[in-house]
Design a protein around this ligand. Structure first.
Ligand SMILES: [Zn+2]
Length: 218
């Protein structure tokens, strides 16, 4: 049980999801897991915009991103915790959306560029939350460091993203976000960068095998 679970608002069986992919099991009893989920607070930051001289994000844009994310939030967060066996250390995670001219994101502090479509925003936020879960969890393990050791011939950026992408693949399938997943792979393939190398390794080794490796890694 999450140490902060008691302070969370209990959520009844709002989501009745079951995985048809066999790998992750978000099929029973969800109410035990729902109150371990962090609250994700998506917001703009006037201080950020002012200090770093950025074009402001509008309230309308924040609302669009929030509405898009909330539709999938519970299933994605449940799947993240369920497939990894890790729980978020924090029960509130602040997400700052900044700069409508930027894409991509950072996991700590969690900052997302405001220049993306709502679908791409969901994908990038899920990606950054997977990073966060990998290093800031109640088990106090760091799957980034484990990844360096498992894929030692790869650059750290590639090794990290082998794990992030394997988890992303599993949770997108659980959440029926197949198009979003394909888009992420296509963007990486076009750039031919570390992210694409990581997707290639996931394809070769299989996302389930990769997650299993991390779970059993000592
Ligand atoms: Zn990343």
């Amino acid at each position: 049980m999450h140490p902060n679970a008691g302070s969370r608002t209990a959520v009844a069986l709002v989501v009745v999801a079951s995985s048809s992919h066999g790998g992750s099991r978000i099929d029973s009893p969800l109410f035990l897991f729902m109150n371990t989920l962090p609250t994700i607070r998506i917001q703009s930051s006037y201080l950020f915009e002012e200090r770093f001289n950025m074009r402001p994000i509008t309230k309308k844009e924040i609302k669009e991103y929030t509405v898009a994310w909330k539709k999938h939030e519970a299933v994605l967060l449940l799947a993240m915790q369920n497939v990894t066996g890790l729980y978020f250390a924090q029960n509130i995670i602040d997400v700052y959306v900044v700069n409508p001219d930027m894409i991509g994101g950072l996991s700590d502090p969690l900052i997302i560029g405001g220049g993306m479509t709502p679908q791409r925003f969901i994908c990038v936020l899920a990606h950054e939350l997977v990073h966060r879960l990998m290093f800031d969890n109640t088990k106090k393990v760091d799957w980034h460091k484990s990844a360096w050791k498992i894929w030692k011939k790869e650059e750290h950026l590639v090794a990290h993203h082998v794990v992030v992408h394997a988890i992303l693949e599993q949770i997108c399938l659980d959440a029926s976000l197949v198009k979003m997943l394909s888009e992420d792979k296509e963007i990486a393939a076009r750039s031919k960068n570390a992210y694409n190398q990581a997707w290639e390794i996931v394809k070769k080794e299989g996302y389930k095998n990769i997650i299993a490796k991390l779970k059993s890694y000592k």
